[in-house]
Ligand binder design. Sequence first.
Ligand SMILES: [Fe+2]
Length: 200
Amino acid sequence: VTLRNHHEVVEELAASALQAVYMHADPVGRMEALEPVVAGAVADPYWLGAPYQRVQGAGTYYLLWTDAESGVSLVAMTLGPGDETPIHDHLTWGVVGVYQGAQHETRFVAGGSGLRQTSSRPRNPGSVTHLLPPDDDVHYVRNESHGSSAISVFFMGANLGCTTRHVYERDGRSTEVVSGYANRPCAQQTRNPYFVSQFM
Ligand SMILES: [Fe+2]
């Protein structure tokens, strides 16, 4: 337990991300550099500012920081009790830490004949995992906590909320979306920023 506040932690994370971008051109190198950084951040469950913990739909994104040049972004996502995201992709690498709550993540590979489930497992507070297309990209996350929200903090290789990507039906049909952020609009956003229903 530390006494670091929101801005101190975000500054540290942003500096680490810029260093990872400078040191590594490839996604795997960037993810390997940032996994211990995210692990350190989610080991301390006291720093994320209250405005970034508010549930405003089934998976609410908050943009904490982004680097305009590389697109690397730091995002917090909240899920209300019992809520789950739709099945979706990200189309970029990600390093995801569980900040709070008992989450369960199910992954798929999207193929010609629809979605094939590849894993389904609990994600406990303090844990870190990564996303990398094409085999580790499509998933949904459910909050299994009763009475409290689940929060993830993650780096993504692109400005995720402003990127055109997809949500999927169980049968594999997909729809293009630009999810936006609850605290920042994006151009081409497909969901109304003032009536928030976002997802991770
Ligand atoms: Fe996701």
